[in-house]
Design a protein around this ligand. Structure first.
Ligand code: NAD
Ligand code: UGA
Length: 459
């Protein structure tokens, strides 16, 4: 079949895979190739067991794969043939040299730029899909200009706002699509070509076009604002536990103000995921590099508050279990950084587990989708941890259950069976406030919600 346009995506991860699957679904006249340096990942995309779990993804991939959606490691041929190249490689926090622990590590991004220069034989639009520091496109353009042929590259920013666990829904019905381009004739033309892809299923009014730098920076700022809300509500959860005010009542009361809004006010054990911390630290680094130290301090406090919420949670567990968890079995319900994903990157459960092991607790972990990743994250502690796919078995003989992820399955469990099989006194620490605390208390549990009054049988 002759395709109208050839789209290439470099990077077959949590963003590249689902985004390209949806583009292939909605634009059947376009050919979409997704390449990655990891053969293992590409093999998984071509198998019945995809490398990532996302509700609705499997069906779309199975529908389009081999028709207009292809996963391959053939970088050279695909760069040659592509009209539009989305770059969706990882941009983790730098772990070495200047800016270590703060700045973005752009080595993967830069190597794709060099690959494009090496293999391109025709004009192309290069789309920044990865989250990048503001003005990265400038560096990209400098590298692309080293091409010795008469080829034109136009760099466009099109950051991705999907959240894991709801990626397919977010891609099918986004709040907005953002496209940043130079305000030149070529820039406008490239911006329109990218908008034309999305117009296949997204209303025009939801497609926002800006200059390149606003688009790059908006992505970092969106994540910073979202994370700031979580740190704000989590800081107040600590105050609630001291005053018997109730964090859910407060979230409802303030969220009903349309200027504040009700979303992202769910208190937790802290935010996780591969992006919030990395993007805020990158923002802090950028602000510092321009000498804006007060701006940097302001945003860094969002990350500090998140660290505080995680350590506060562990301190509460230890204190309430008579100041020691040594030798006690503690069962974590949940290990992924949020529900409906197997992703455990920066999951608060990692820090919580390590802190409990440090106190000589015996940790058992149950999670519906994340046990494989949990084992990788905790490989250095293998002999001290039990992983169980059955929540009832995981809870047997436990002194405490700790809810670390808000999986809806955990609400459906029969906690009277769990209570009967546990050591007494039985503790439950609900780091996500998803359970019926009064009911658990009536069963005999000592219940410790987050940002709410504790319910205990101790006098
Ligand atoms: P990921 O690690 O899951 O995927 C990146 C992929 O790129 C990896 O499979 C890696 O092997 C591949 N890669 C690296 N260098 C390559 C090269 N030179 N050629 C081919 N493949 C290469 O990362 P992700 O979670 O998909 O995130 C990608 C970007 O999108 C990041 O900048 C991230 O901040 C941003 N983002 C992520 C999310 C999310 O929910 N995960 C959401 C929005 C934006
Ligand atoms: C987040 C953003 O929501 C996306 O828009 C963005 O594209 C993405 O980061 C990214 O750039 O990677 P994601 O990290 O997948 O998406 O998931 P979120 O739903 O934002 O949750 C992040 C963390 O915050 C989770 O640990 C979650 O449990 C926690 N959270 C979220 C709370 O503690 N309380 C809330 O009210 C909401």
């Amino acid at each position: 079949m002759e395709f109208k346009k050839k789209i290439l995506c470099i990077g077959a991860g949590y963003v590249g895979g689902p985004t390209m699957a949806v583009i292939a679904l909605k634009c059947p006249e376009y050919r979409v190739d997704v390449v990655d340096i990891s053969k293992e990942r590409i093999d998984a995309w071509n198998s019945s067991s995809l490398p990532i779990y996302e509700p609705g993804l499997q069906e779309i991939v199975e529908d389009r794969r081999g028709k207009n959606l292809f996963f391959t490691t053939e970088v050279e041929k695909n760069i040659k043939n592509a009209d539009i190249i989305f770059v969706s490689v990882n941009t983790p926090t730098k772990t070495f040299g200047e800016g270590a622990g703060m700045a973005s590590d752009l080595q993967y991004w830069e190597s794709t730029a060099h690959q494009i220069v090496k293999f391109a034989e025709s004009d192309k639009i290069i789309v920044e899909k990865s989250t990048l520091p503001v003005r990265t496109a400038e560096a990209m353009e400098r590298i692309l200009k080293t091409h010795n042929g008469n080829i034109k590259f136009e760099v466009v920013s099109n950051p991705e706002f999907l959240a894991e666990g709801t990626a397919i829904k977010d891609l099918l019905e986004p709040d907005r699509v953002l496209i940043g381009a130079h305000k030149t004739q070529e820039g406008r033309k490239a911006s329109k070509e990218i908008a034309d892809i999305y117009k296949h299923w997204i209303p025009k009014r939801k497609i926002i076009t800006t200059n390149l730098w606003s688009s790059e920076l908006s992505k970092l700022i969106a994540n910073a604002f979202l994370a700031q809300r979580i740190s704000s509500i989590n800081s107040i959860s600590a105050l609630c536990e001291k005053t018997d005010a109730d964090i859910s009542e407060i979230a409802h009361a303030i969220g009903s103000d349309s200027r504040i809004g009700e979303k992202f006010l769910q208190t937790s054990v802290g935010f996780g995921g591969s992006c919030f911390k990395k993007d805020i630290l990158n923002l802090v680094y950028i602000a510092k590099s321009y000498g804006l130290y007060e701006v940097a301090d302001y945003w860094e406090s969002v990350v500090k508050m998140n660290e505080y919420q995680k350590s506060r949670f562990v301190r509460k567990i230890i204190k309430e279990m008579f100041n020691t968890v040594a030798g006690k079995k503690i069962t974590l319900f949940g290990f992924s950084f949020k529900a409906d994903t197997g992703d455990t990157r920066e999951s608060p459960a990692i820090d919580i587990t390590k802190a409990l092991l440090n106190e000589n607790a015996k940790v058992t972990i149950h999670d519906p989708k994340a046990l494989k990743n949990a084992k990788l994250d905790l490989k250095d502690f293998d002999k001290d941890i039990i992983y169980d796919t059955d929540p009832y078995k995981a809870a047997e003989d436990a002194n405490a259950i700790v809810i670390t992820t808000e999986w809806s399955q955990f609400k459906e469990l029969d906690y009277s069976i769990i209570f009967d099989s546990m050591k007494k006194p039985a503790f439950i620490f609900d780091g996500r406030n998803i359970l019926d605390h009064n009911k658990l208390f009536d069963m005999g549990f000592n219940v410790y919600p987050t940002g709410k009054k504790q319910l205990t049988h101790f006098s």
